[in-house]
Design a protein around this ligand. Structure first.
Ligand code: PAF
Length: 286
């Protein structure tokens, strides 16, 4: 497994693979890998001849009071895990390689970043889109695999690729969960034992909503109230948002929704903010 630290070396590697007729699968990450990331790498392995993983804690997607400095990092552990699932190259740039002095370009999307997580993290999705655009230009992948736990990110990146005619396919992979259903996240390590014990409330609430829809409920407010009630039954949970938005543009759901909707939630346990979501398929109206 190669570790490349400069954009020039990474681009040269990818150009040579392409010239050889090889396809490139890409998994962008911020490191501190867990089973959820490994599933994305296995998916890339299935799809492509060569698998590239990037590890870069991207400063432009963190707000001023967020956890950039505290974000967990462990390159040695990450590289062993990446090697174990057959990654060929780790692209591991330093911040000054990605954003050298004089850097001034960014990507912005008009609507998708303004809802859900974008309300409390106004700079986040612009930073994600910008770094993904740079990474796609550097790694030159045929496929890039994103986890659907960060569903809004998956939509933002997909929209950018479509709008800017980028020549790659964005693949969404299902959320990987702990045995009690908690979605895997690098931030789960911040939870105290008491908070960790309450955190499966998120998946419990989502499963309840899925069951309600399967049983024929289609009243938006009734479903949202039930989800809130389940989360609020945990003493340390503080809801940031519980929302149902219509896919794929994340516009407000009708009172009686029809078609595919994202039910998404963000919940604080102490200072740790957890997110999770599910796609609810309502029958068509009428
Ligand atoms: O999901 C992440 O880890 C990051 O947002 C990403 C896609 C690697 C961009 O920095």
């Amino acid at each position: 497994m190669l570790v490349l630290e400069t954009a020039a070396k990474m681009q040269a590697f990818s150009k040579a693979q392409r010239a050889d007729g090889k396809t490139i699968g890409f998994v962008p990450t911020m490191g501190y890998l867990h089973e959820g990331h490994l599933a994305l790498m296995r998916k890339a392995r299935e799809l492509a001849d060569v698998v590239v993983l990037s590890i870069f804690v991207n400063p432009t997607q963190f707000g001023k009071n967020e956890d950039l400095d505290k974000y967990p990092r462990d390159f040695d552990r990450d590289s062993k895990l990446a090697d174990s699932v057959g990654v060929d190259v780790i692209f591991f740039p330093k911040p000054e390689e990605m954003y050298p002095a004089g850097y001034q370009t960014s990507i912005s999307l008009a609507n998708l970043p303004t809802v859900l997580c974008g309300k409390s993290r106004p700079v986040h999705f612009g930073g994600v889109a910008t770094v993904c655009c740079k990474l796609f230009n550097i790694v030159q992948p045929h496929f890039a695999v994103f986890g659907k736990k960060d569903y809004q990110q998956f939509l933002v990146v997909g929209r950018m690729v479509k709008d800017l005619n980028m020549d790659l396919e964005i693949i969404g992979a299902p959320t990987v969960r702990e045995s009690d259903g908690l979605a895997m996240s690098s931030r789960n390590v911040y939870l105290t034992p008491a908070q960790r014990a309450q955190a499966p409330a998120l998946i419990e609430a989502l499963r309840r909503a899925e069951k309600m829809v399967a049983a024929g409920h289609r009243d938006r407010d009734e479903i949202l109230a039930e989800v809130r009630h389940i989360v609020e039954s945990r003493p340390d949970a503080r809801i940031d948002y519980v929302e149902m938005l219509k896919l794929p543009d994340l516009v407000d759901a009708a009172a009686q929704p029809a078609g595919a909707h994202l039910l998404a939630l963000a919940v604080f346990f102490g200072k740790t903010r957890l997110i999770d979501n599910t796609v609810l398929e309502f029958g068509l109206a009428g």
